[in-house]
Design a protein around this ligand. Structure first.
Ligand code: C2E
Ligand code: MG
Ligand code: MG
Ligand code: MG
Length: 290
């Protein structure tokens, strides 16, 4: 009896694996289709100065609404894209689109920055350096308005190649951020010499600051360290006024989160930036008249 029960478990386990493999296969097929037919979209989530709520730029985030699968999260399809060799064309598309949209804003006098996520697999291609520098310079967006985000955990896996390929791009003025900081176990002493401008504190830490003193301590140490190393900080996942106040208290450079806005389509993002610049002009005119 015990034997057949364990055999039953073994069967259902392998069935589960098969189902999972089929699902990944289906996602990979549909993704390939989306890449070929322009089915991927780029949304923008504002990055905000916590003191006054001003939007200074955004993070570009992929959105995919498939006819068959519905909305699929990038957290789900990016790893599959990496595995199936689809990340290079997808990465190219996101960078190109983000630069294009940003260029339009700049032409309207709206000088926002933009951050694009880069997967470690993209760095494996030798052409990555020249291609990235070429794309940014051809876009007409000045390099210091462009930031590339790389997760802390991927830095640990591939650190040598990745760091070597970051440096020449950064020398052109492009900024680099370590994403999801705090979730990996990077060597803190090497952080001082790393080619980065910004630490993005992972949402899981921000989530816990109201309730967990230990996690709060870690966030505070990150703020102190970033300050000492002259690194900007971006706190991810700001959802409550309390989290925002905490960010102000610790002098965090920027915040990003649902308290201000989720990622939105470009026209909506542009409208937010326009509204804020119209507001600023109104204030100027009003004070000039007084
Ligand atoms: P990430 O780079 O850490 O992006 C931040 C994620 O947190 C986004 O999820 C964003 O929608 C979400 N978020 C922002 N504020 C809040 C908040 O206040 N509350 C909550 N609950 N969530 C918030 P998203 O868009 O689902 O992306 C997930 C991950 O997928 C990204 O994490 C990034 O690692 C990856 N990804 C997205 N777009 C791209 C891309 O173009 N290229 C690459 N390589 N990866 C991408
Ligand atoms: Mg990111
Ligand atoms: Mg992140
Ligand atoms: Mg994150």
């Amino acid at each position: 009896e015990a034997k057949s029960a364990s055999r039953g478990r073994a069967v259902s386990y392998s069935e589960a694996l098969r189902t999972q493999a089929n699902e990944r296969e289906l996602i990979a097929d549909r993704l390939r289709h989306a890449v070929d037919t322009g089915g991927l979209e780029v949304f923008y989530q504002p990055k905000v100065i916590p003191e006054n709520g001003r939007i200074v730029g955004s993070e570009a985030l992929l959105r995919w609404n498939d006819e068959v699968l519905g909305q699929v999260s990038p957290a789900k399809f990016i790893p599959i894209a990496e595995e199936r060799g689809l990340i290079a064309p997808i990465g190219r598309f996101v960078l190109q689109r983000a630069l294009n949209d940003t260029k339009h804003l700049h032409e309207e006098g709206l000088h926002t920055s933009v951050a694009v996520n880069v997967s470690p697999a993209q760095f494996q291609e030798e052409t990555f350096i020249d291609e990235t520098i070429g794309t940014v310079s051809e876009s007409g967006v000045s390099t210091e308005k462009v930031e590339l985000e790389i997760t802390e955990s991927s830095l640990m896996d591939y650190s040598d190649t990745v760091l070597d390929r970051i440096r020449p791009i950064r020398e052109k003025g492009v900024k680099f951020a370590i994403d999801d900081f705090g979730t990996g176990y990077s060597c803190l002493s090497s952080l001082a010499n790393m080619p980065f401008d910004t630490l993005k504190i992972d949402r899981s830490f921000i989530m816990d600051i109201a309730t967990c003193a230990d996690r709060r301590t870690i966030v505070e140490l990150i703020f102190i360290m970033a300050h000492q190393l002259n690194l900007n900080t971006v706190a991810e996942g700001i959802e409550t006024p309390l989290q925002k106040d905490y960010l102000k208290l610790w002098g965090g450079t920027l915040g990003q989160g649902f308290l201000w806005s989720p990622a939105v389509a470009f026209p909506e993002y542009r409208a937010m930036i326009l509204a804020q610049s119209v507001g600023a002009v109104k204030t100027e005119v009003a004070s000039a008249l007084h």
